[in-house]
Design a protein around this ligand. Sequence first.
Ligand code: TRP
Length: 338
Amino acid sequence: MSTATKKPIVLTGDRTTGPLHLGHFVGSLQSRVKLQEEAEQYLLLADAQAMTDNVGRHVKVSENVLEVALDYLAVGIDPAKSTIFIQSQVSELCELTQFLLNLVTVSRLERNPTIKEEIRLRGFERDIPAGFLTYPVSQAADITAFRASIVPVGEDQVPMIEQTNELVRRFNATVDAEILVECSAMMSSVGRLPGIDGKAKMSKSLGNTISLSATPDEISQAVKRMYTDPTHLRVDDPGMVEGNVVFSFLDAFEPDRARVAELKAHYQRGGLGDSVVKRLLDERLQALIAPIRERRAHFAADRGEVLAILKRGTERARNTAAATLSDVKGALGLNYFG
Ligand code: TRP
């Protein structure tokens, strides 16, 4: 008898509003490269979701599909192990969204804390696009169409997982069958990378990122500009490592933990200059980004090959989603023609 255990199904998603950066590498890309060895992993390029708050910027959204795909391939996502696919090309996801929309109230949607915050940030107030308010339902369809049991997400996405599971329970209770599967959020253990300016979050809109295609010079410039301890004026002064971006980055990228601990102690005591620590970080980042930048350039030079990878992935994803949709429609009595 076969003792082979089935791999868990993992689904990840990224809105295609721009290329990814080092913050994404630490927060999610790194762990996805590992996950593809242990799980059946689907990576969704969320172009349709990106359109919910980018009306009029659809060209930017669609052009970034290829950019994000290049980032995936550059960090080592292997299309032979993972399925990379484009959300807007899997129409089954829209069908499932439509059925799930009947199982949630408008007031419940308005209570979703992530949506509330995004509405505030975007200044939608009472003029909320319906597609935006309901994107958590579309996201629930993204997850459940693949019967994913694990969804790696940042903290801000946890309400989406809760809402997904509410929908799963309501759907299954409605049709009195276990058709859809609940999932759990997998939180990154590494934590979040701060921006090079010391702001808590690295984000393109804040202009404090390091891109995955940064040139050697761009990397060095970013390290030079990095926020350290503004009160650490002379080398002999004791310095702060908390909130010091250079040390946060070393925590994330220097594998020799003992060395980092030693440098931190020295810095706190006094006698260690910023430039010495920055030189070490510069070396680490150069070594980390060089192969990513080269792989990215290699794939970027063969756009046809990348599109072929996306086409194959999208076909595979459609087959999976179509099988779930057939069960969903069957459970709802919508299988008129057998
Ligand atoms: N909401 C995610 C983001 O803003 C993208 C996304 C779309 C997603 N569908 C998903 C994430 C499904 C996880 C699961 O980046």
